[in-house]
Design a protein around this ligand. Structure first.
Ligand code: CU
Length: 402
């Protein structure tokens, strides 16, 4: 025994501190181990996803389990941009529905959020399907909204019919793996963490289970918006957009809209490595925000004089987005998703892969506006969305003459 540990009390205190220290090392050790495991791809009994790419099938990647349950076929993969919580005062329940809002916010809230990972098959264009991995059955996953200082009580449920282990790395979260170190979840299991949001901003979240590029590319991503403590100014309409790429065995040389009736496509690691996507899209598939899903047609009507805010994420996995609205200007840009850095009167804002942006603008002239990635060949791959504005002509600003 150490010198000075003469009394029984001192002895007990010493024993307790040793035990506490040992516990701390166990906790620290297991945290580190799971983080290392996440990085090294040995976190669990997670199966490696299939490499169905002909060009890579000879590489030493385990193939898909033969007894795999067939992924669920769903009709619509796209989460519409109008589907977002209207403020930071909502819980997201296990059935995927948002709660009634907390009526009076007197300070930070504890916000309960449930994600359910679902591996599904859906059409990416008419007659052409792809396997997608989703948070709550749609791409992007649900938008979570909070304010700086709030806590998120987060549950990740991995459906028992799934084949792979999944997790979430929240860019908004301070801690190992942005939560991923403690969220790797086998099919049929649930993981749970509680985190405090320290920094306001528009943040991505994504699955970071190994191999990370494959889990991201299949569709496991979304936005967690952490508003400043005082919230954001009122606007008339808010939208939630997420740009992403899908890499298939067809490569990147065909126009996405010509890829109809091709049956089931396989994902391609080869073209992911070459950074040659078949599809570059907003919200899960080409044309997801056009036709009867145009902004202002699906959801609330947009009138001349209305103000609009868009939260836009870009998960990549490879490309940088040059986000632009033809015939409009961003009155305000939350640069790189930061509410602390606002730019004004911007034509195109760049959104890095793994980053986000926010834009606000007022619509002055009626018509249909095109949203796109101004790396313009990508419109052939699907990066186009539409916004319809109705109201009286504003000839003071725009006047067709002949
Ligand atoms: Cu995953």
């Amino acid at each position: 025994m150490c010198a000075g540990m003469s009394s029984e009390n001192n002895g007990m205190a010493w024993l307790q501190s040793i035990k506490a220290l040992a516990r701390r090392f166990v906790i620290l050790g297991s945290g580190l181990l799971s983080l290392l495991a996440v990085c090294a791809g040995i976190a669990s009994n997670a199966k490696e996803p299939p490499s169905t790419d002909k060009a890579t099938s000879t590489q030493a990647e385990p193939s898909i389990a033969k007894n795999r349950t067939k992924p669920l076929h769903i009709k619509e993969i796209s989460r519409h941009p109008a589907n977002l919580p209207p403020s930071a005062n909502y819980t997201l329940y296990e059935d995927g529905a948002y709660s009634r809002p907390v009526e009076h916010r007197h300070g930070p809230l504890m916000i309960e959020v449930h994600f359910k990972v679902q591996e599904v098959v859906a059409e990416i264009t008419e007659g052409t399907t792809l396997e997608f991995w989703t948070f709550n059955g749609k791409i992007p996953g649900p938008m979570i909204r909070a304010r700086s200082g709030d806590e998120i009580d987060f549950y990740l449920h991995n459906s028992k019919n799934n084949t792979f282990a999944h997790n979430v790395d929240f860019h908004a979260v301070t801690g190992p793996g942005g939560g991923a170190a403690n969220l790797t979840t086998l099919p049929g299991s649930t993981s749970h963490i509680r985190v405090k949001l320290l920094k306001p901003g528009i943040y991505l979240y994504h699955c970071a289970a190994p191999p990370i590029p494959t889990h991201i590319e299949h569709g496991l991503y979304g936005l967690l918006v952490v508003e400043p403590r005082k919230g954001l100014r009122d606007v008339d309409h808010e939208y939630y957009l997420m740009q992403s790429e899908f890499y298939t065995a067809l490569g990147g040389s065909k126009a996405a809209l010509a890829l109809k009736n091709r049956g089931h496509l396989s994902h391609s690691k080869k073209y992911g490595m070459l950074e040659e996507p078949t599809f570059v899209v907003f919200n899960g598939r080409p044309n997801a925000v056009s036709g009867n899903r145009t902004l202002g047609v699906y959801g609330d009507t947009v009138h001349v004089g209305d103000t609009i805010r868009m939260f836009i994420g870009n998960i990549g996995p490879n490309l940088i987005s040059s986000f632009h609205v033809i015939g409009e200007h961003f009155d305000r840009v939350f640069v790189e998703g930061s509410f602390s850095l606002t730019n004004h009167d911007v034509q195109t804002t760049s959104i890095p892969s793994g980053g986000a942006s926010g834009v606000e603008f007022k619509v002055e002239v009626p018509g249909t506006y095109i949203l796109l990635d101004h790396s313009i060949f990508r419109i052939n791959k699907g990066t186009v969305a539409h916004l319809k504005v109705i109201g009286p002509e504003n000839t003071d600003v725009y006047q067709p003459l002949e």
